[in-house]
Every structure is written in C-alpha cells, then in structure tokens.
Design a protein around this ligand. Structure first.
Ligand code: GLY
Length: 388
C-alpha cells in the first residue's frame, strides 16, 4: 500500500475542508490540479448553469459530507421541478435546508445546540433571493423546520420576527413541532460546561460574569458537577419520554447549515438555519437572521456564512463577499478578503456562487457538497483527491 503523507490531512484539518485555504491561517498553499479544474470549469461561461452548494457548518468534519450531498440532490430535484419558475431558487434552497435540519449531526433543527440551561433550544433561520426578498426568524423553539418560518416572514411586509411572535406564526402555518434536543447536543454542551468551569474559563467567558446575567427560569449551576447534573436530568427526562436519540459519533464543534443556489437562468438564493452557538444565554442571536451578516443574495450571486456569529456580524461577511462578487471577483478571492480579520479560533466558513464560479472556504474543517448539471463535488472526496 502506498504511503499516505499526513500533510494533506493537516491541510484539510487546518484550512482546507473547502475548495481553497483561507489567508487567515498563514500561507495559501499552491492550488492543486483538482482545485484548478474546479475553477476552470466554472470560469467557462458555456458551462455556467444551475448549481447548488451546501455546507454542514464550520467545524463539521468532511466525513459528514454525505449530509450536504444528499441535501443538494434534493435541492436539485426541486430546481428541476420548478425550472423556469421565479421561485425555483428559493424552493431548492428550502428543500436543501430542510434535509439538513432533519440530520441530527448538524447544528440546525433536530440536533441544534442547547442553551446554557441545558434544556432550551432557540433556533434562527433566514432566506434571501436575488429580488432582495428577505425573511428571518430568531429565537424559536421546537419547530422541525425553522426555515419554513423564515420563508413565511419573507412573504410578509417584515424582515425579521423573534420569539413568541415568530412562534405563533409557526403555529398558524401548522408547522410540525418536535423535541429537537439530541444526546449529541447534550454531549456537546457537556464539553462547553467543561470549558466554562475551567480555571481560568475559556475565551470571552472568562471576562464576563455570566452568573450575574443568568436569565433562565432555572438557577445557574454553581459548579461543573451541578451543570452536569442538569444535563443528566434532561437526559433522563428525555429517556422517560421514549426518546431513543440518533446514534452518532462524538462530534466536533460545528455550526449553522447553509446553502447557495444558482438557477439555469442565473437567478440566486441563499438560506441558513442554526441552533446558535454552544455557550449562549437566553435571547442571544447570532449572524443568521441579520441581513448581510450571515447571508446575502442579489442579481450577482449568493453567499452563506457559518461560524462564530459575533465575528460574522462584526465583519459583515456576507455583504462584503457579495459586494466583491458584484465587482467581478472570483468567489474564493471575495471570501478570503471578507474573512481576513476572523481568526481560526473564532472560526468561520463561507460558501458563495456567482457567474464567475463557486467556492467553499473555512478556517477549519467544513463538510460541504455541490451539485451542478453534470457533476458532484464533496469535501471528503476533494480531500482524498489531495491525498493522492
Ligand atoms: N453562526 C451561527 C451563530 O453564531 O449563531
């Protein structure tokens, strides 16, 4: 058997779970033949056609690319079903996101992150198309497909609905409710608690008296033991409810799911869905429902981000990528320029498509998959290409 150099895997783990490395992690490695072939394919206007590109969130391992791959297939069916229809891009984006929301391995819908109290989930979702039709929801609970609520908002005169108001819209629409908490999400919060209670606490939480700002109904845990007991109690309650829980491998930190769509007619849409960050108090909202932060779409392309919401908002990532696409930059260059200030520790991933092509970039690993008329691409097979 041929010796497998560890170098491509190091690259894939540090910067290349996507098509192109980010400049924020140091030198940009020389493009491989495979990367160039992707760019050439997309730079040929004769080949520019329908495309769906989805990710399973910044931090999701490339080995989970089967999730986005199945989702883009489903989205593509919708694209073909609605061919020529003004709403084709939106229908495809929703179908893609719904499948990812149902996949318990990703932080959206079923499997979404739990809040600090160990029991609540507050989901955000957003959708936008090239007519600049935008809709978003923040802080909704127990809805199987939050993206459906965002789509309903896009049909209203409003842009963003939060909490109880959004929840009532979901009820009016008759959307399916379910318990979105999974054993995997509890395991992830357990690791979050360990960071929170470590001495000194991790990152920004070390600088902030979170106990003084605790805003849940239940009291704040005084120790790591108390926090773990909260989670065990939630687990037991779930077991009493007959929840079997998906069987999944121990996960890595991961974020928001997202999709960008280009139709055969050059129409665009982008959509996102998330359970937010792991350590969060009640009411925290990230980049997803904020226009131009997590996503943007217009006549020149579509952009969807994932990762540390506070950093994505600060850098106005999606709006900046879109502005560069509109000026004719290649998607990978536009993304790299927009996320330059975001460190790998904060973590960000972006997918984007324009008439110039498409790209998926992350500061760490990121499962993604793309589907055009003739070809399929996935982060895991892409990394294997690099390993030859
Ligand atoms: N990117 C999702 C969030 O930070 O909420």
């Amino acid at each position: 058997m041929r010796h497998r150099s560890p170098w491509p895997w190091v690259l894939s783990l540090v910067a290349l779970a996507a098509c192109h490395a980010t400049s924020s992690v140091g030198e940009v490695p020389a493009p491989t033949t495979h990367e160039r072939s992707v760019e050439r394919l997309e730079a040929d206007p004769a080949r520019v056609g329908p495309l769906i590109l989805a990710h399973g969130g910044q931090g999701s391992p490339a080995s989970r690319s089967d999730g986005p791959a199945a989702a883009v297939e489903r989205g593509f069916e919708q694209l073909e079903h609605h061919a020529g229809d003004q709403r084709a891009a939106v229908a495809a984006a929703i179908a893609t996101i719904e499948l990812l929301e149902d996949d318990p391995r990703f932080n959206a819908g079923t499997g979404a992150n739990l809040r600090l109290d160990g029991v609540s989930i507050e989901a955000d979702a957003a959708i936008m198309d090239d007519r600049e039709r935008f809709g978003a929801v923040a802080g909704i609970a127990g809805i199987r497909h939050p993206i459906r609520v965002a789509e309903a908002v896009a049909d209203s005169p409003h842009l963003l609905l939060v909490g109880d108001g959004a929840q009532k819209i979901a009820a009016t629409l008759g959307l399916e409710t379910r318990d979105l908490a999974t054993p995997q999400a509890r395991a992830k919060l357990e690791r979050g608690y360990a960071r929170l209670f470590s001495e000194p606490a991790d990152g920004p939480w070390a600088q902030w008296d979170w106990r003084a700002h605790w805003n849940f109904e239940t009291p704040a845990p005084a120790s790591l033991d108390e926090a773990m007991a909260l989670l065990r109690a939630a687990e037991l309650a779930a077991a009493d409810d007959g929840e079997s829980g998906p069987q999944v491998t121990p996960d890595q930190t991961q974020d928001t799911v997202g999709v960008v769509v280009r139709t055969a007619q050059g129409r665009y849409a982008a959509a996102l869905s998330t359970g937010g960050t792991t350590l969060a108090i009640h009411g925290r909202v990230g980049d997803v429902p904020i226009l131009g932060a997590g996503l943007y779409a217009g006549p020149d392309g579509a952009v969807a981000a994932t990762g540390k919401g506070e950093a994505i908002i600060r850098e106005r990532v999606a709006a900046r990528v879109y502005d560069l696409l509109a000026r004719g930059h290649l998607p990978k260059d536009a993304i790299n320029a927009a996320i330059r200030e975001i460190s790998p520790e904060e973590g960000v991933g972006v997918i984007a498509v324009s008439q110039q092509g498409w790209s998926a970039v992350a500061t760490s690993q990121m499962a993604w998959a793309a589907r055009d008329r003739d070809q399929r691409h996935r982060a895991d097979t892409f990394i294997q290409h690099r390993d030859r």
